[in-house]
Design a protein around this ligand. Structure first.
Ligand SMILES: *Cc1c(COP(=O)(O)O)cnc(C)c1O
Length: 628
């Protein structure tokens, strides 16, 4: 008997869900944005409600309370470590805007982070312009990173007059002089940070962001020159932050520890030069366990947030005490860790397909010998001989193809052979399941028999990192988790790109190439792709002109009832056309004149022309995805 616990285990939802996600006994995906059992959202209920409101799929769900909960968790973890190790200073964070610039997201983060002195980190002029619109607490830092031209520097310097703690980080040596000159001419003294290049590297996909060959940061020699130049300008008391960032999603805790220790020495040595660095900024890198394995695999991290905080605080304190320098304020620019959990995409499945065909094949007697082989194979396959018969069938299929290529087989017989082959495979697979045969052969067989579930979405728009860097995201059914999934599948999107297929799934031990899914019946089948809150919102693109998805922002109140905080409409066809510089009005004018010409030439009646025009106009305003 299939139980809900089996689904929870199969999809690993409580291993990677960080307490936010599970299935209820009705088999529905539930979200606990506050982690409290009294505040549970049954996503299927929300979906049913949105369907009555004619909100179309795909729909991106945001749960702002998850952002708040993550901010609390991160700050709570550092508070614990600080008190446990008797660290003599404080912790605060700055949310890096490149991880998710969406206004609603930043608004929520800024609001929930106020009591923790949470600030913002920007890397471009546009991000700085956006960041300047938020009111941060007086102690919060506004950190300016990235490559900086004079315009960026001027904008940053001018904001020093308005905001308390604008820290301009020298990410690159050449910025030093320009920053000092501009600051002199504008008559403003900014707080200055110095980004150091460490030998320590991260681990995982972004390991190369750190180390000697990293894109940003000053070498030791450059740092000393930089300090000298700043001293010459009489600005050394403005240097208050030491910064490093060894890459995102660091999978191994010892890498973090190593980097902190190395940077802590740099801090201590600078401190000993009587430069009063106040902030020790450890950058981003705090990893998220996307597959629930708690290992150093790319989709995971072998440490918790608490272990991260413990390592940072302990290692830093250790070096500072040894060197006899004060404990600095610890600052982190944790983006992924704060934002990843807060959003998920729900897609509806349009149908599924594979090479299988249930049609019963009868032989007329005049078929080529090879077809007879398949036919007998299907008749005689049993639990005793299925391994052998399956291997024979694979050989026969190759023979079938060579005979066809030699021109010896007609299409009719080729089709019979293919159908019989899949039917033998189905039988072999079911015998293998009965026998709990887990050999590689039968894993391949499951893959061969797996179905392509056609999902109404674009990977390129909604989960770009799956395409770009093969990052894994957990995927689960939104309902029916109380039924045993009877199929294996991959998920293809509706772009015309063969890369638009999800064929890698999170798994405890390995990466799965097929996912357990339910047989489609007459009802709708919805899948949720989770943990999309970090990086996916703006890295996504307009491939095939599929646009931003409709959004629903959901909160749950103290009585445990959910509410729609906001609906944000996704792009319409006219919107995406605008992004590639078509003006929908001029498109319409051109189309209308074609219709007029066609009527003049008597190729079209007036009524037909009106009908065509209305279809065209309607299409302009429709959602870019399929209306299923
Ligand atoms: C990208 C980036 C971050 C964010 O890293 P996460 O791993 O998402 O926390 C922080 N700081 C800098 C300088 C970055 O470039």
């Amino acid at each position: 008997m299939w139980k809900i616990e089996d689904a929870i285990d199969l999809y690993g939802i409580e291993r990677w869900g960080n307490g936010y996600f599970s299935f209820n006994k009705n088999g529905n995906l539930i979200i606990k944005p506050t982690k409290k059992d009294a505040q549970i959202i049954d996503l299927k209920n929300v979906i049913e409600h949105l369907t009555t409101k004619k909100i179309k799929f795909p729909i991106l769900f945001r749960f702002p309370q998850i952002l708040e909960a993550q901010i609390k968790e991160l700050n709570g973890a550092f508070a614990n470590s600080i008190s446990e190790f008797k660290y003599n200073s404080t912790y605060q964070s700055a949310f890096p805007m490149k991880v998710n610039q969406r206004r609603e997201v930043i608004e929520e983060i800024v609001k929930s982070g106020k009591k923790f002195n949470l600030g913002l980190e920007v890397g471009t002029k546009a991000e700085l312009l956006a960041a300047l619109s938020f009111e941060l607490s007086p102690e919060a830092a506004l950190i300016c990173n990235g490559f900086k031209d004079d315009e960026y520097l001027k904008l940053a310097l001018n904001s020093v007059k308005l905001k308390n703690k604008v820290i301009i980080v020298i990410d690159e040596y050449s910025e030093t002089k320009r920053l000092l000159e501009l600051s002199k001419s504008l008559g403003v003294k900014p707080l200055i940070g110095i980004r150091v290049k460490l030998y320590s590297k991260g681990s995982g996909k972004w390991a190369e962001s750190g180390g000697e060959s990293s894109k940003f940061g000053l070498t030791t020699a450059e740092m000393l020159d930089c300090i000298k130049t700043i001293t010459d300008y009489d600005m050394i008391e403005q240097v208050q932050m030491l910064h490093f960032h060894i890459g995102s999603q660091i999978t191994e805790i010892r890498r973090i520890q190593k980097a902190v220790k190395e940077a802590a020495r740099v801090y201590a040595k600078i401190r000993n030069m009587h430069i009063n660095i106040k902030y020790f900024n450890i950058g981003g890198g705090l990893g998220i366990d996307y597959d629930g394995s708690k290992t150093s695999s790319d989709a995971s991290a072998n440490y918790t947030i608490q272990e991260y905080a413990n390592n940072v605080v302990y290692s830093l304190k250790d070096v500072c005490d040894e060197e006899g320098v004060p404990h600095p304020v610890i600052l982190s620019e944790s983006g992924r860790a704060l934002s990843a959990y807060h959003s998920l995409l729900v897609i509806n499945i349009k149908g599924n397909k594979n090479g299988n065909n249930k049609k019963q094949i009868e032989l007329k007697g005049n078929e080529p010998h090879i077809i007879k082989e398949f036919y007998d194979g299907l008749k005689e396959i049993s639990i005793k001989n299925y391994v052998e018969y399956y291997h024979d069938a694979i050989q026969h299929r190759e023979e079938l193809l060579s005979l066809f290529n030699l021109g010896e087989i007609e299409l009719e017989d080729k089709s019979k052979g293919e159908i019989l082959f899949y039917q033998i495979c189905e039988k072999a697979a079911s015998f293998a399941r009965e026998n709990v045969n887990k050999s590689d052969d039968f894993e391949d067989l499951n893959k061969l028999l797996s179905k392509k579930y056609i999902g109404n979405f674009s990977i390129f728009q909604s989960i770009p990192d799956f395409w770009a860097i093969k990052q894994l995201f957990p995927i689960v059914p939104v309902s029916r988790a109380n039924e045993k999934p009877a199929e294996y599948g991959t998920i293809v999107d509706i772009t015309c790109d063969s890369d638009g297929e999800i064929d890698k799934f999170v798994d405890l031990k390995d990466v799965k190439e097929i996912l357990e899914l339910h047989e489609l019946n007459n009802g709708s089948y919805y899948l949720a792709i989770l943990m999309l809150g970090a990086y996916q919102d703006t890295i996504g693109d307009y491939h095939n002109l599929f646009g931003a998805a409709n959004e629903a922002h959901i909160i749950v109140d103290d009585r445990g009832e959910w509410h729609i905080k906001q609906i944000v409409n996704g792009d319409r066809n006219c919107d995406v056309l605008g992004y590639v510089k078509y003006n929908s009005n001029s498109l319409l004018t051109t189309f209308e004149s074609e219709l007029v010409q066609a009527q003049r030439d008597n190729r079209l009646s007036k009524t037909d022309a009106e009908g065509i025009l209305n279809t065209y106009k309607d299409a302009m305003n429709q959602y870019t995805y399929m209306d299923l």
